[in-house]
Design a protein around this ligand. Structure first.
Ligand SMILES: CCC(=O)OC[C@H](C)CC[C@H]1O[C@H]2C[C@H]3[C@@H]4CC=C5C[C@@H](O)CC[C@]5(C)[C@H]4CC[C@]3(C)[C@H]2[C@@H]1C
Length: 420
């Protein structure tokens, strides 16, 4: 048995008794990624053309569908296009899912997608991502395209638990996508997932159960995920249905559109509630090349910026040098411990830079500027501290307290005049 699989076997034993806090896991070097989790929000917009598409969709004279329904179809296509980036990037580039670096409190990641459209109607799209909490780990992010007044903001925290062969992950948080010119906002929930292949030391992500996209115009998309693992059927499968509203979503035969296929491959679309034999291609994940984010060189980055802060650890991981990884990680961890101690001594706490934690106990549908409570109600979704996409009044809501939600602070962001 090679040393790698020996360490992997002992690692598997260690996670058998694992407690849910992913950062508590000391995984062997070959499973470590040199990338921090604070970088992951970039996967929301590697297809900027699809992200901005609704801005360029108008009502045509001979249209059957209302323009808001056409926008809903375009938003669903953009959402499906994000999944391959979100959940397959590491497997494609590193040969399998890896354990990302656990971001320190205040860690920042900034990047830009420049306008590569023929029409030059896009303008630049900026990403700001900030580790707003370390215990529990929470990443907040905003992706903003000022030219078309389009802003995606959201936050993500994960809780995980082992089953016999897979690591089960529940995502907390959601995303809000606002097209200010269209006066439309979309609430997007985050699907449960599990990591398969851990016993074979070739982990990969499978999405499961459901996620939702609720439009302020009333339309709702219900996306159901399934994966057949190694031995049979197709992995990364989904079926999505768009309904006039969540009431009609109780009856699948009322679907206005049905989309089905693989989110990491080809999916097709038909009008109505079944996929017709002549269904057209909805999206082909292998046809459209992802546009990677551009990130300024490390020497131009500030001390809180991820790739500069983790540079020595990332180099040690790439060199597979376990002692150096441990040594360089300890330097960062000790610095963080000193910072927390000093804050405690000064009776202060870390101030988040571009995101505010909003307490929703005191907010109502009318006072919540983001429209989140209204959208959650339209989709019968809970806005308490439960896994993303939990239905209102579901058993999982029992005992859950009202949650606070992280919101992008546009003024602080604009005032900071960050370099991208
Ligand atoms: C079993 C413990 C262990 O460390 O095994 C190592 C294995 C690589 C499995 C654990 C890690 O797997 C990684 C996959 C990560 C998720 C991938 C994509 C996303 C989407 C993004 O929008 C938000 C973050 C999220 C959910 C990542 C969260 C962290 C995950 C589960 C990593 C696990 C530590």
């Amino acid at each position: 048995m090679s040393s790698t699989s020996a360490t992997w076997t002992s690692f598997i034993k260690s996670i058998a008794s694992y407690n849910g806090d992913l950062s508590s896991l000391t995984a062997p070097p070959f499973i470590l990624s040199p990338t921090s989790l604070v970088e992951y929000p970039q996967y929301w917009s590697e297809h900027v053309d699809l992200f901005l598409a609704p801005n360029f969709i108008r009502q045509e004279a001979n249209d059957i569908d209302a323009v808001e329904l056409k926008h809903m179809v375009a938003v669903l296509r953009w959402f499906i296009s994000t999944l391959k980036s979100q959940y397959c990037s590491r497997a494609e580039s590193l040969g399998g899912e890896k354990k990302p670096l656990n971001p320190f409190l205040g860690e920042l990641f900034l990047g830009k997608w420049t306008d590569q459209s023929a029409s030059k109607q896009h303008g630049d799209t900026l990403l700001v991502s900030e580790q707003v909490s370390h215990h529990p780990p929470i990443t907040a992010y905003a992706i903003e395209n000022k030219t078309n007044k389009t802003v995606l903001q959201g936050y993500n925290g994960v809780r995980a638990f082992m089953s016999t062969t897979a690591l089960n992950v529940r995502q907390y948080g959601h995303a809000l996508l606002e097209y200010q010119n269209l006066k439309e906002t979309y609430l997007i929930t985050l699907p449960p997932l599990h990591i398969e292949g851990i016993l074979m030391a070739a982990p990969f992500v499978e999405l499961e159960q459901k996620s939702y996209i609720q439009s302020s115009a009333g339309y709702v998309a219900v996306i159901e995920y399934s994966g057949k693992g190694y031995f049979s059927g197709k992995s990364n499968s989904f079926k999505a249905r768009i309904f006039k509203d969540i009431r009609e979503a109780q009856d699948k035969t009322k679907a206005l559109y049905t989309i089905s296929g693989q989110w990491s491959g080809v999916s097709k679309i038909s009008r109505g509630n079944t996929l017709a034999s002549d269904a057209q291609v909805f999206y082909d994940a292998n046809a459209q090349k992802a546009q990677p984010l551009s990130v300024k060189p490390i020497e131009e980055q500030g001390p809180l910026e991820s790739r500069r802060a983790w540079q020595k650890v990332a180099d040690a991981i790439r060199a597979n040098d376990y002692n150096l990884i441990h040594q360089e990680k300890s330097i960062i961890e000790n610095e963080q411990r000193e910072l927390r101690k000093k804050e405690q001594a000064d009776n202060t706490t870390w101030k988040q830079k571009f995101f505010d934690e909003i307490d929703y106990k005191s907010l109502t549908e009318d006072t919540d500027e983001t429209g989140y409570i209204k959208l959650a109600k339209m989709a019968n979704l809970s806005h308490k501290n439960v896994p993303s996409g939990t239905k209102q009044d579901s058993s999982k809501e029992q005992g859950a307290e009202e949650a606070s939600h992280w919101r992008f602070n546009q003024e602080k962001f604009d005032t900071a005049k960050l370099a991208f």
